[in-house]
Design a protein around this ligand. Structure first.
Ligand SMILES: *Cc1c(COP(=O)(O)O)cnc(C)c1O
Length: 371
């Protein structure tokens, strides 16, 4: 059996950029709390995505939480949320004691279905905010979604945790709505070991987010608090890793794309295989190469066959409206998300994979069609 092949694991730069920034933090004793790496990581990321301001936080989940708070979401408010996503998109709605309404997916993008969104607005015209997700580095159909949300004048939060490096019509995902969030968790396209970023063109709101994230300490010599505080700030050491990783983001996107194209070339013509959608307005980061299976070979067959050879793969996210914790909340749509979940599989997309690794994966999958 060969070495384990991962779905998506941390990949530090060959040049050692991350260590240089971390070493600077150590040498100057700026281990904590804040410092130059945090400020520069915010500036560099904001510049990269084309946003006016950014706040570096301890996780993507924390970033979604503070984005909801910044958008004014509070107790009993309704928030629209894609059903096909990781639970971290939906959990912060509950942290704010608000009420999620789950929106179905669109086969064309695998993301929020504009038609279902429109329907949800008719049903809940008093909705307080809309969260849009860009799954697996694909982008949602932002023109349509923004048009609907602007018609109802409701703030949009983009969960771009999986889509750093992804563009929709040459504009970076996460910069269409009022707020965008990114994640640097260990499995994302770049990682800081753990962390997140909240971006917005509203510079004052971002300043407020930094204030909330550092325990809402008022300007006073004594400890004074007029608002609820959070301990959500990113540390200066972690930000150093992020600055180094940001330098190799383009290279990581290039490799992810290479991996996707390799799979598509080798497997795209097999009966029943349909790869994740391509749209001419979308430049994905190809975070995870994913496909749906419509024939006799099932996702579980592929996952089992790969696991036997020490290769990691995963199902597509299980929709939130099917989760025991969330199934009491309303769902709007026809069930496309359920079909994507039942038939979807994410192939190993680790940027450290060699051509030999890719061939190993492809050979095992092809074998299932010969049985
Ligand atoms: C990873 C992820 C998050 C959460 O980010 P963390 O940094 O792990 O808190 C949120 N939403 C989606 C879609 C994700 O994939």
């Amino acid at each position: 059996m060969g070495n384990r092949i991962f779905l998506s694991s941390p990949h530090m730069s060959d040049e050692g950029y991350e260590m240089q920034y971390v070493k600077e933090a150590f040498d100057t004793n700026w281990i904590a709390p804040l410092g130059e790496n945090v400020n520069e990581f915010e500036n560099e990321l904001a510049t990269k995505v084309g946003s006016r301001a950014a706040a570096a936080l301890s996780s993507g989940t924390g970033a979604i939480h503070l984005a909801l708070k910044a958008a004014g979401v509070d107790k009993e408010d309704i928030v629209f949320c894609p059903t096909l996503t990781f639970s971290a998109t939906a959990n912060p709605i509950i942290y704010q004691n608000a009420i999620p309404v789950f929106i179905d997916s669109d086969y064309k993008t695998w993301n929020m279905c504009p038609k279902a969104l429109e329907e949800a607005f008719e049903k809940y015209p008093n909705v307080k905010a809309v969260i849009v997700v860009h799954l697996y580095g694909l982008s949602a159909d932002m023109d349509k979604i923004m048009e609907i949300c602007q018609k109802y004048n409701v703030p949009v939060i983009e969960d771009a945790a999986e889509s750093l490096g992804t563009y929709y019509k040459r504009k970076h995902t996460g910069t269409f709505g009022d707020y965008g969030i990114f994640s640097f968790n260990g499995n994302k396209i770049i990682t800081t070991s753990g962390g997140g970023m909240l971006v917005s063109n509203n510079v004052e709101r971002i300043a407020k987010v930094r204030f909330w994230a550092t325990q809402s300490r008022d300007q006073a010599r004594h400890y004074q608090h007029s608002e609820l505080g959070f301990n959500y700030r990113m540390s200066n050491v972690v930000a150093g890793i992020g600055r180094g990783q940001l330098k190799v983001l383009d290279r990581r996107v290039e490799k992810k794309k290479y991996i996707f194209e390799f799979y598509k070339r080798e497997l795209g013509n097999f009966e029943g295989i349909e790869f994740m959608p391509s749209n001419e307005w979308n430049e994905p980061n190809y975070w995870l190469s994913s496909m749906i299976l419509k024939g006799k070979v099932r996702p579980i067959d592929i996952m089992d066959a790969l696991e036997k050879e020490n290769i990691e793969s995963r199902p597509v996210w299980k929709p939130m409206h099917m989760q025991p914790f969330f199934d009491k909340y309303d769902f709007v749509g026809t069930g496309a998300s359920e079909i994507l979940f039942e038939n979807g599989v994410c192939l190993p997309s680790d940027t450290k994979m060699t051509d030999m690794d890719l061939e190993r994966v492809v050979k095992i999958i092809k074998g299932l069609w010969l049985e």
